[in-house]
Design a protein around this ligand. Structure first.
Ligand code: ATP
Length: 246
């Protein structure tokens, strides 16, 4: 049995003169919740696109559960929630969930999907009338529909209010474990601290720190109890610029 949900080996990606991903290695164990942090332009979305097989790396390999991304997706093992993505005009939340379920051989029940994503009360609402946070929950529902082994979420809670965020992360923690794996990107360090088993910090397309929040603090040379922000700024080389701004 392959114990890794995701393995990136020496992947690189350039866009013209921009080196978005620079010889990146990353292994994500099955059953874990992993947060990817990094400043704007660090390469988080590019890495997620390559994990999903949406963009091939220039060099290196991506494997999901020991096979290619395409194989894992065809087998219905992957659910993804990207930052944007248009909805079908006129369709309702429930239509979206039914559409997503139809793509999989063993989908979750519609009511369970709606409940987990916090959409039960607005199942009949048109997708083009949803608020930003509600639309994110609808994308979450789409990602959940196939009961995937691996959920990949690009800044999933960015537009959610406090209550929706809390419910969302509780749902994620409930979903993970049981051999289900979650990989998410975020700018919210406290979310990574609170909800991930492991934090990977990217800067300029490379891993600059990797571990639990305590290990990240240690790697950055900041004391326990000092905010993870300080560790993040030190690791990503942003602390000098930020300090001079204040
Ligand atoms: N299609 C593209 N064409 C040109 N440059 C791109 C393209 N996609 C990404 N880039 C560049 O690659 C780098 C990494 O971008 P990416 O979107 O992966 O970063 P990110 O860590 O997700 O950033 P953010 O936190 O701002 O969402 C950036 O410099 C970006 O401008």
């Amino acid at each position: 049995m392959n114990d890794l949900a995701v393995r990136l080996t020496g992947i690189s990606k350039r866009f013209g003169s921009v080196r978005a991903i620079d010889n990146l290695d990353l292994a994500v164990e099955r059953g874990s919740v992993v947060a990817v942090l990094g400043p704007n332009g660090a390469g988080k979305t590019t890495a997620i696109s390559m994990i999903l097989g949406l963009a091939p790396p220039d060099t290196g390999t991506v494997t999901l559960f020991g096979g290619s991304p395409a194989e894992a997706i065809r087998a219905g093992r992957i659910g993804a929630m990207l930052q944007d993505g248009a909805f079908v005009a006129g369709a309702t939340v429930r239509d979206l969930v039914e559409l997503a379920r139809a793509l999989y051989t063993q989908p979750l029940d519609t009511d369970r999907i709606l409940d987990t994503a916090g959409l039960t009360g607005i199942a009949g609402r048109r997708l083009d009338r949803l608020s930003g946070g509600e639309a994110q929950r609808a994308r979450f529902a789409f990602a959940l529909a196939g009961d995937p082994d691996l959920l990949i979420l690009d800044e999933p809670a960015a537009a959610m209010d406090v209550a929706a965020r809390r419910a969302f992360w509780t749902a994620i923690r409930g979903y993970a474990g049981d051999d289900r794996t979650v990989l998410f990107s975020t700018h919210q360090l406290h979310e990574a601290d609170e909800y991930a088993d492991r934090i990977v910090v990217l800067a300029a397309g490379r891993v600059v720190a990797d571990g639990t929040a305590a290990q990240i603090r240690a790697q950055a040379g900041v004391r326990d109890g000092v905010s993870l922000d300080q560790a993040f700024l030190a690791l990503t080389g942003l602390s000098t610029a930020t300090e001079t701004e204040h």
